[in-house]
Write a protein that binds this ligand. Structure first.
Ligand SMILES: [Fe+2]
Ligand SMILES: [Fe+2]
Length: 248
């Protein structure tokens, strides 16, 4: 039997005055906090100058670039540049990590091959450009297998010297000296570049830092050892014009 009104004790005055806070206001507050966290970015890059800088990241009101204003692009350009640069080394390390695993018939995987290449270049006293170039010469294997030399060279082009760029760009065809003829090709295909000032350098690169880097017993350095070199190279001003004009 349902209780009669007389059986229900009346709420005290204190209970009636207390605001009835359910979950909903707290969830709304939490949502706002998350929105604020995404809206405001603590830029720890400025920690050397004292307090972290708080930079407001405004979201554009438009969904088509044609409606952007000069002020919009003056904000978007540097924001992208800062984001891209600060993540570049991590992204490249992750791309190298994609080469872990399959050995594809060789005695070591492509990740180990890359570390061997970088380590041999480093131990041979090569420039920082060439060491980083050696480390990353096959970095595009995972996403541009048909033209991995061009793709790796394109990644390096803004930051390394002309010689390193040329060597990495052409290492695929120069590497063919060691196997093209076994597949019915011309192992001397590299000779079309005999007039290049970097012809001999590319031959040396393949001989000392590529064709011999499939040895699982080689004591290659871990990737962390190359990180400072990568940080230095990829912090340089770009050598190639970007998609946007440089600020006046
Ligand atoms: Fe390669
Ligand atoms: Fe290679």
């Amino acid at each position: 039997m349902p209780p009669s009104p007389a059986d229900v004790s009346p709420a005290s005055e204190d209970q009636l005055l207390r605001p009835r806070l359910g979950l909903r206001p707290w969830l709304a507050l939490l949502r706002r906090a998350f929105a604020f966290a995404f809206w405001v970015r603590f830029d720890m890059a400025s920690k050397g100058s004292g307090w972290p800088r708080i930079r407001v990241m405004r979201t554009m009101s438009w969904t088509e670039m044609q409606y952007g204003t000069k002020q919009d692009y003056e904000l978007l350009g540097p924001a992208f540049e800062q984001h891209a640069r600060s993540n570049l080394v991590d992204n490249l390390c992750n791309l190298l990590g994609l080469l872990r695993g399959p050995t594809l018939g060789y005695q070591c995987d492509r990740y180990s091959h890359s570390l061997q290449s970088g380590t041999r270049a480093l131990r041979n006293g090569e420039s920082i450009d060439m060491v980083v170039g050696a480390l990353l010469h096959d970095v595009a294997d995972g996403f541009a297998p048909e033209n991995h030399s061009d793709a790796a060279a394109a990644v390096l082009a803004p930051y390394v010297d002309e010689e390193t760029h040329w060597v990495i760009k052409h290492h695929g065809i120069f590497q063919g000296y060691y196997y093209f003829h076994h597949l019915g090709g011309d192992r001397h295909a590299r000779d079309q570049y005999v007039d290049s000032p970097f012809y001999d350098r590319c031959i040396q690169f393949c001989a000392e830092y590529d064709q011999n880097c499939f040895d699982p017993s080689y004591d290659a350095l871990p990737l962390e050892e190359f990180r400072p070199l990568m940080e230095e190279v990829f912090a340089r001003p770009s050598r190639v014009p970007g998609v946007a004009p440089a600020p006046a």
